[in-house]
Design a protein around this ligand. Structure first.
Ligand code: 6PG
Length: 240
């Protein structure tokens, strides 16, 4: 596990965009699982900006989502809507390379099985994603793997449904088996509100049921800003 620390959220987003540009040139086609949330959103803006967009061959990237809310694609809360509005719709990404959860469908189990078969059809079985972008909540959740939630126990399926305890409603999420077989996972964590959770996740007692981000294993890079790192004993490598 590697930790890279940046002074500000802006520098963190630029570093994330530079990493994305570097990774997608390494292999074609390239698969990415996008995260929801405000931290990755800043990165998506940058990637679709003139600073980065022309550095990337967008036709060779398969876009998946690490999780999705149980809402239609046009809904304000949709992770697809956010990434599409902020990034994908502004870029020459072929329609058949955008693989969203069809969360508008009424049969929740059908949404899961369709997404699973999509993953396997495109990536093989088991589905190995090249780059998974994840955020982390101030309760230590990641994707839609919430503390003490049923999805944490899923060891066989690649995708599952998870209730969102606090907000109600349901989410779709990649499971630990899928996330932990990815070639690389990059966490993007910014802000003081995450400092306590980040310290517990990185330096505290191992308790993934309480802190689901701890359940992510494998080739992990934590990209964090100073505010999020402010409670860490070891804040990793500081990048000027
Ligand atoms: C989502 C994300 C979720 C998010 C964290 C952090 O669907 O919202 O999958 O796990 O990454 O809640 O969100 P922020 O980056 O907005 O703090």
């Amino acid at each position: 596990m590697r930790i890279k620390r940046y002074s500000t959220p802006k520098e963190l987003s630029h570093a994330g965009a530079a990493l994305f540009c570097e990774r997608v040139t390494e292999e074609k086609p390239f698969s990415v699982a996008l995260s929801g949330g405000s931290t990755p959103k800043a990165l998506y803006y940058l990637l679709s900006s003139s600073v980065y967009r022309d550095k990337i061959d967008w036709s060779q990237i398969d876009f998946f989502w690490g999780d999705e809310r149980g809402v239609p694609p046009e809904h304000y809360d949709s992770n697809f809507r956010m990434a599409n509005e902020v990034m994908l719709s502004a870029l020459p990404v072929p329609e058949n390379r955008i693989h969203r959860f069809e969360a508008e469908k009424p049969d929740l189990n059908n949404v899961v099985s369709e997404y699973e078969s999509n993953l396997v059809t495109i990536l093989g079985d088991p589905p190995i994603i090249d780059l998974v972008l994840l955020g982390m909540g101030s309760d230590g959740h990641t994707a839609s793997l919430f503390p003490h939630s049923p999805a944490l126990e899923e060891k066989n399926r690649w995708v599952t449904i998870n209730p969102h305890g606090q907000l109600g409603g349901h989410r779709y999420t990649l499971t630990y088996p899928t996330l932990n077989q990815a070639k690389e996972v990059v966490f993007l964590v910014s802000g003081k509100a995450k400092a306590n959770a980040l310290q517990k996740v990185l330096e505290g007692e191992k308790n993934p049921k309480e802190l689901p981000a701890q359940g992510i294993t494998g080739n992990i890079l934590w990209m964090i800003d100073e505010d999020a790192a402010s409670k860490l004993e070891n804040g990793g490598e500081f990048i000027q």
